[in-house]
Design a protein around this ligand. Sequence first.
Ligand SMILES: *[C@@H]1O[C@H](CO)[C@@H](O)[C@H](O)[C@H]1NC(C)=O
Ligand SMILES: *[C@@H]1O[C@H](CO)[C@@H](O)[C@H](O)[C@H]1NC(C)=O
Ligand SMILES: *[C@@H]1O[C@H](CO)[C@@H](O)[C@H](O)[C@H]1NC(C)=O
Ligand SMILES: *[C@@H]1O[C@H](CO)[C@@H](O)[C@H](O)[C@H]1NC(C)=O
Ligand SMILES: *[C@@H]1O[C@H](CO)[C@@H](O)[C@H](O)[C@H]1NC(C)=O
Ligand SMILES: *[C@@H]1O[C@H](CO)[C@@H](O)[C@H](O)[C@H]1NC(C)=O
Length: 276
Amino acid sequence: MGHTVKRGTLPAKRPYLWLSWLLVLAGLFHFCSGIIPKSVTKRVKEAVVLSCDYNTSTEELTSLRIYWQKDSKMVLTVLLGKVKVWPEYENRTITDITDNPRIVILALRLSDSGTYTCIIQKPEKRTYKVEHLTSVRLMIRADFPVPTINDLGNPSPNIRRVICSTSGGFPRPHLYWLENGEELNATNTTLSQDPETELYTISSELDFNMTSNHSFLCLVKYGDLTVSQTFDWKKSKPTPSANQHLPWTIIIPVSACGISVIIAVILTLTCLTCSK
Ligand SMILES: *[C@@H]1O[C@H](CO)[C@@H](O)[C@H](O)[C@H]1NC(C)=O
Ligand SMILES: *[C@@H]1O[C@H](CO)[C@@H](O)[C@H](O)[C@H]1NC(C)=O
Ligand SMILES: *[C@@H]1O[C@H](CO)[C@@H](O)[C@H](O)[C@H]1NC(C)=O
Ligand SMILES: *[C@@H]1O[C@H](CO)[C@@H](O)[C@H](O)[C@H]1NC(C)=O
Ligand SMILES: *[C@@H]1O[C@H](CO)[C@@H](O)[C@H](O)[C@H]1NC(C)=O
Ligand SMILES: *[C@@H]1O[C@H](CO)[C@@H](O)[C@H](O)[C@H]1NC(C)=O
């Protein structure tokens, strides 16, 4: 007993005492019923609608007590139609207390995964009795997008450097560079985790000899999932530096032509006025 009281930074007041009581009761009920809660999978930043599955009239709702808890922590309460949201869910929860009470949690985080329970209490002889209880298991996924491979140019003659990167996934990823199924030595592999969202970013560089054809695979493994991107290098491929010269080869003759025409026109006009 008293889990929430100890956990919370707020002083222990009477409502918190019976709230913790309720958590215990709910826990017991859940344990005894042995019902596997239905399960919902969402992605990070998405929204989820969690319903109490309790149909009632809007009039009756004002006399009910509705509690939403996640595992053993409070999410929100609706007492006499008044909504109280716990700080972790503040500013990203919508409460709908019409005929079927439900909540919407926006901007889902990895830490939101868990079992959510809605408990509805009804007034009965100067006290409240648990009228309804429902649980939903929420799983949050964070998939890495397909990695991107970018050219970093030539660190030395005949050596090309490319970088493979992806971000916004979970759990901790591992990156491999492969050619013909063999692992290559990567340089500068970096892994970082956003302290707020817990999502990872990974990148890795690869240097290769430009004088032969290559087909590289950048493979990112996380949990039991993988994402990958291939990078093909053809020896005969023109280098980007040659492409950069292309605009000038057009601009110079074009502007030269333009200038010649203008000069010719001016000269002709001057001659015409001279001859008069
Ligand atoms: C609640 O009402 C909806 C339609 O209004 C119905 O589809 C649903 O089955 C009802 N649920 C329960 C638990 O009575
Ligand atoms: C919620 O929004 C209000 C007003 O914008 C702000 O004062 C409060 O700090 C926010 N709470 C959280 C937990 O972000
Ligand atoms: C990778 O590095 C190891 C040790 O640093 C070296 O023995 C091996 O030859 C390297 N492999 C390639 C393909 O460069
Ligand atoms: C690693 O990356 C840093 C900056 O991103 C760069 O200065 C350094 O030269 C790189 N080292 C290698 C071996 O690629
Ligand atoms: C690249 O490969 C060619 C042919 O295999 C070799 O002659 C050359 O030394 C290599 N260059 C570097 C920088 O390793
Ligand atoms: C490299 O690729 C090009 C284009 O596909 C091909 O014409 C050439 O024969 C290849 N060279 C080698 C050594 O495989």
